[in-house]
Design a protein around this ligand. Structure first.
Ligand code: NG6
Ligand code: CA
Length: 492
């Protein structure tokens, strides 16, 4: 198949930290399958998500825009409307235009429908409306209702006699339906903060739902369900170029790996969930091997944001962490403006085409759109797409494939509440912000300070020494540049 366009698979972990896998220095969790990707592929040490939380990072990955361009690109409730305009070009729509079969399996969290979804009918405003031919997803997160799978436009396994109702308004909570708050005796895993609403599978969630009993997912089976669908997609499209966005639910809360992974680490369910995800990576890679597609497929493995231990359930993650440092040497984690929030495992694998190694090129997930469009022979700016598509995406294909060690010169990331940070070469600038220094719930450092912060990552990867006072020139240069970048394109 000499002229065949390479397949593209993006494997996207949920809340996996820079230090959570073996190839990035983790000793407490065995991740042989992810490590094998790194061993036979290119491991990036400076690969970033655009945000320290899920929705905004995923928005960038699929649109090629920084999330601050869309004020709705913030952590969404499970009944939020779709935040990607179906009229606009996206990574999957561009690839589809270039002849790819496109599919998504796993976590979506970019909103569904118009905000008044009837979960019992055919649903509009799904991934199928923004470039995916096929979708098998959970609408939001595994800690948010509705706790059901969507197969394209339908809830899977729904009994029409038992319709689903969903609300996120406490005032509209369904009378008589058990909640974590009122019925703690029904819980098999206790919440630590938030997550005290409707109980599904012994776990109370964010938001309220009623009905749809036959359609409810079982958390412990979710990994097998999703990987089964991913394998199925690859099998069905083995003979044509395909793009698969496989978005894991691990190790996001609630962490309920299948019993065969329970106790495989000493770190409790969070570590065990990472082992489960690693197993899924291995299963899909084995399928590519079996189909003879490994060299025909670019596989990217990365994460939507940095790590968190207690994100709302008493699962022992913080207590059992021991010496394990989920963000590795980086400061902060999920929600944080420090690098631990956004610098993540980032591996690109295509044996026979990409030489194994380690790259320190600066790359961002926002670049997948322009880079993979170019790879597919449909480069952005070639007249096939509107000029305002993927405005922040740069074609860094040469860096992603290891032909070049040079990536971007600069990139913007954001912590909670869209507070942006500028990384420019080895410098990172965090403008002063009067928010709390620590998240009161997770304990993670937010990266907020009443003072400007400036770090030189080439000598201070852990962001310990604030150079803002010594280098006012640099601070002003980066402040101006960040303002320029934020203003560079219209807000959508
Ligand atoms: C927070 C949740 C947290 C997690 C996060 C989204 C509470 C108290 N915390 O609001 O548990 O769900 O949202 O995570 O509800 S993300 O990875 O999808 O961005
Ligand atoms: Ca996440």
């Amino acid at each position: 198949m000499p002229d065949r366009k390479p397949n593209i698979i993006i494997m996207y972990a949920d809340d996996l930290g820079f230090g959570d896998v073996g190839c990035y220095g983790c000793e407490a969790i065995a991740t042989p399958n992810i490590d094998r990707l790194a061993q036979n592929g290119l491991r990036f040490t400076e690969g970033y998500a655009t945000a320290a939380t899920c929705t905004p990072s995923r928005y960038s990955l699929l649109t090629g825009d920084y999330p601050f361009r869309n004020p709705q690109a913030q952590i969404l409730p499970g009944d939020a409307p779709l935040i990607i305009d179906p009229e606009r070009a996206t990574l999957p729509s561009v690839l589809r235009g270039a002849g790819y079969a496109t599919g998504i399996v796993g976590k979506w969290h970019l909103g569904i429908g118009d905000g008044a979804v009837d979960w019992n009918e055919e649903i509009n405003g799904t991934p199928n409306d923004v470039g995916f031919d096929e979708s098998f997803i959970m609408a939001a997160t595994n800690d948010r209702v509705p706790c059901v799978y969507l197969d394209n436009r339908r809830v899977v396994g729904l009994d029409p006699a038992d319709p689903i109702e969903v609300t996120y308004a406490q005032a509209k909570a369904f009378p008589g339906e058990p909640t974590g708050r009122n019925n703690p005796e029904l819980l098999t895993m206790r919440y630590s903060h938030g997550h005290d609403c409707t109980i599904v599978n012994g776990v109370s969630r964010i938001g309220y739902m009623r009905g749809g009993k036959a359609a409810l997912w079982t958390d412990e089976d979710m990994a097998d369900v999703f990987v089964g669908r991913a394998v199925d997609f690859v099998e069905r499209h083995a003979k044509e170029p395909f793009f698969l966005y496989y978005a894991f639910h691990e190790p996001h809360v609630p962490r309920l790996p299948h019993p065969r992974f329970a106790g495989t680490t000493g770190l409790g369910p969070r570590g065990d969930a990472i082992v489960e995800m690693d197993w899924c990576v291995g299963r899909l890679m084995a399928k590519l091997d079996e189909l003879g597609l490994t060299e025909e497929t670019i596989v990217v493995f990365t994460s939507d944001n940095g790590p968190v231990l207690d994100d709302g359930y008493e699962d022992g993650a913080a207590e059992l962490a021991g010496d394990h440092r989920p963000a590795g040497p980086l400061r902060g984690g999920k929600y944080s403006r420090f690098d631990g929030g956004t610098r993540v495992p980032f591996i690109v694998h295509r044996p026979g085409h990409i030489a194994p190694g380690v790259s320190s090129a600066l790359v961002s997930q926002v670049d997948f759109a322009a880079s993979f469009a170019a790879l597919a022979g449909a480069p952005l700016g070639s007249g096939t797409l509107p000029d305002d598509a993927a405005v922040d995406s740069q074609n860094v294909l040469a860096a992603l494939t290891g032909e070049s060690q040079a990536g971007r010169a600069e990139l913007v990331t954001e912590g909670v509440q869209a507070n942006t940070v500028l990384r420019h070469e080895n410098w990172v600038f965090l403008p002063a912000h009067d928010g709390p220094r620590y998240s009161g719930t997770t304990g993670n450092e937010t990266g907020f300070s009443h003072w400007d912060q400036l770090y030189d990552l080439s000598i201070d990867v852990s962001q310990q020494r604030n150079l803002a006072i010594e280098r006012p020139d640099k601070v002003e240069q980066l402040r101006r540049r960040l303002e320029e970048l934020r203003g560079a394109a219209k807000t959508r």
